[in-house]
Design a protein around this ligand. Sequence first.
Ligand SMILES: Nc1nc2c(c(=O)[nH]1)N[C@H]1C(S)=C(S)[C@@H](COP(=O)(O)OP(=O)(O)OC[C@H]3O[C@@H](n4cnc5c(=O)[nH]c(N)nc54)[C@H](O)[C@@H]3O)O[C@H]1N2
Ligand SMILES: Nc1nc2c(c(=O)[nH]1)N[C@H]1C(S)=C(S)[C@@H](COP(=O)(O)OP(=O)(O)OC[C@H]3O[C@@H](n4cnc5c(=O)[nH]c(N)nc54)[C@H](O)[C@@H]3O)O[C@H]1N2
Ligand SMILES: [Mo]
Length: 756
Amino acid sequence: MMIKRNRFPENRSLLTSSHWGTYCVDVEDGRVTRLTNFEHDPDPSPIGPGIVDVLDGPTRITAPHARKSWLAGGPGTAGEKRGTDEFVEVSWEEVNRLVASELDRVRRVHGNQAIYAGSYGWASAGRFHHAQSQLKRFLNCIGGYTSSKNTYSFAAAEVVVPHILGTFLGHVDTTTSWDSIASDCELFVAFGGVPMKNGQISQGGTGAHVQKAGLLAAHKAGVEFVNISPLRSDLLDEIEAEWLGIRPNTDVALMLGLAHTLLVENLHDRAFLDRYTVGFDRFTAYLMGENDGVAKSADWAAKICALPVDTIRDLARRIAKSRTMISVAWALTRQDHGEQPFWAAITLASMLGQIGLPGTGIGFGYSAMNNIGLTRRRVDYASLPQGHNPVKDFIPVARVTEMLENPGGRFDYDGKSYTYPDIRLVWWAGGNPFHHHQDLNRMRRAWAKPETIIANEWCWNALAQHADIVLPCTTPLERTDLALTPKDPFQVVMDQAIEPVGQARDDHEILRGIAAELDVEEAFTEGRSPEGWQRWIWDVSCQQAARAGVELPDWETFQRQGWIKVPSPEVPTIMMRAFRTDPISNPLNTPSGKIELFSETIASFDYDDCPGHPVWMEPIEWLGRAQPDQLHMISNQPRNKLHSQLDHGSISLADRPKGVEPVMMNREDAATRNLTEGQIVQLHNERGACLAQLKVSDEIMPGVIQIATGAWLEPEGHICLRGNPNVLTLDKGTSKLAQGPIAHSCLVRIEPAQQK
Ligand SMILES: Nc1nc2c(c(=O)[nH]1)N[C@H]1C(S)=C(S)[C@@H](COP(=O)(O)OP(=O)(O)OC[C@H]3O[C@@H](n4cnc5c(=O)[nH]c(N)nc54)[C@H](O)[C@@H]3O)O[C@H]1N2
Ligand SMILES: Nc1nc2c(c(=O)[nH]1)N[C@H]1C(S)=C(S)[C@@H](COP(=O)(O)OP(=O)(O)OC[C@H]3O[C@@H](n4cnc5c(=O)[nH]c(N)nc54)[C@H](O)[C@@H]3O)O[C@H]1N2
Ligand SMILES: [Mo]
């Protein structure tokens, strides 16, 4: 089948869309020379142009490859050599045959559940060429695969919050908007700050970055901000926020200390609690220490959080007398017992009684992405149908290493017990486990076990280097697509700017070739070309939009214009407004229909690490149990890229003059250790080590260091030479409830790096 390539637009610039925004593309002589800002974006992200230099060159995968020992010895050969073995270039014809026959062998001999294609990751923007959707659709045509549930972003909240508020993602989508905050909030209490660096991103694309304007408008309107974070830089300097440098992972203790003060000083809203919540009495019994003899008072909290007790008491009085927004960063879920911060925050906000009112209540992740707190009309755009997966096996996404280590082992998840399948073949498309997973040295050992590992990638990152079969895919600049997303008012045409580099193929085309070998091409494509599918997606989207009262232009008009902006509603968004107005007619989707401060359901699971109401439990690693030379490592999201994407590009590399990732440390800590600005250091613990370049700062509290995620894994033994913090982080579930990842609970030591 011929793939029909794009017609270049005549009257407008070439456009591309990415998770970090929309850009215009300049092309000369068949090469992309420049990405420039989209004129309708008031605050564009500098991340985008980082792709220009790496579209070709040594990091680009230009042909299919197979690992030498695997090719010579067949599936299962020398898995321990993954990452160090040589690669051999193979033709598309050969690789299609190899992959098809290996898939066929695995499904016949072991069954389809032996194929793991949870394949977590962000891939690229674009509704049709979404790598995982393509892969899942293809595998569903040949009998299915073991899948994964939830995300690395906020798995703990995804599982616990539905028990408390009926849904999590639904509330994230309707987080109270910035305009409502500007007009009705007085005090914005930000656990984990409002990190502007993260608001550059919006999954699936964005037209106009609005987080900064939203935050500044609220500040101008007189909203006061409290930044509760180990990092001062988690709120913009212009906001003049009060900074409470809290010990990492102790927010629950602070929330309980605040709740206790509200209770004993009778500052809580009893009427709200009675009408809209259940279980407050069970919670207060815990708060007052009726069973364990420990009152969770401000004094108690002060010792855990390393904050002055008066600060906690004053804050409790201020939040009670103000119109207050309690905001929690998603990062608070990526820690041991990461279910608790969100449950405790909801409880605290319930005691203040302002949930469902304008500008106040509870907020999940302001500026975690550009779409949080945005008033927009929700249009459900169509996507590529993935078909039906008959395989019922799954894992909570962050349990991947454990699954590979322990086939047949049992795991708990959200009230039930399951078995890890015996995985023979792993296929990753559109994600990078060597970026996102914790304890990468442990993962690499487990990674040696499957008989075959396939990766669709466009660049030679650690994932590609640790695969047996590497299928080179295109980037969005080499294909046409539609950036349609319900999370943003802008919907953008993605033009093909250049021909595919080398022999790269779109994920769809890669899978079509293999589908042909397995006699399922027709089922996979349904006879449509990529453009045929894109038109189908647009047509179905037009019908769905019409039902939501939005008229989208026809395909030709959309292509000619390049983008559209769906008008936003005039009224600000207020989370849980309907429930607040009438909880009988608009109950929450919980067993009681109310906010469950005590959940009978969760209590009935009888988990020692997640009881029926919010509790403080010591994290497995934290400063409260650290040796004097240990530091708490925060490995947060990178300012200059999205995860590991474009780590090899010019924008990311510009911040890394010595080739290693910067690590930020407090001035006092550096002085005690005789470490100096700019020095190359080694971070280490019993799990691994990585190099980094020291940045001495007053923006971070003592005892804590910060190193962004995203540096490509470059292992030399157990050391990462480039500064990937996931060689240090711990691979353990948040609790039996959600089994989420806990990257932010991690102690390390730091020393000057050995000179070579
Ligand atoms: N220590 C620590 N670790 C973390 C976090 C943390 O805070 N601390 N955060 C976690 C979070 S929130 C997340 S969401 C994860 C993110 O983890 P991932 O989403 O896995 O990270 P990305 O680097 O975005 O991986 C996307 C991959 O897809 C590839 N790709 C892009 N476009 C295409 C395409 O069209 N086709 C194909 N086949 N491939 C494509 C890219 O080259 C890249 O390798 O990381 C998690 N890991
Ligand atoms: N530029 C850029 N933006 C991104 C991404 C990216 O890779 N790059 N990734 C996107 C993705 S996938 C996601 S899920 C979101 C994630 O959004 P977040 O989860 O909000 O991101 P982080 O940067 O990990 O964390 C935010 C801040 O929380 C603070 N923090 C960490 N642990 C604690 C704690 O225990 N207590 C308190 N009070 N504060 C703590 C850290 O100082 C950190 O800077 O970001 C998105 N935005
Ligand atoms: Mo994420």
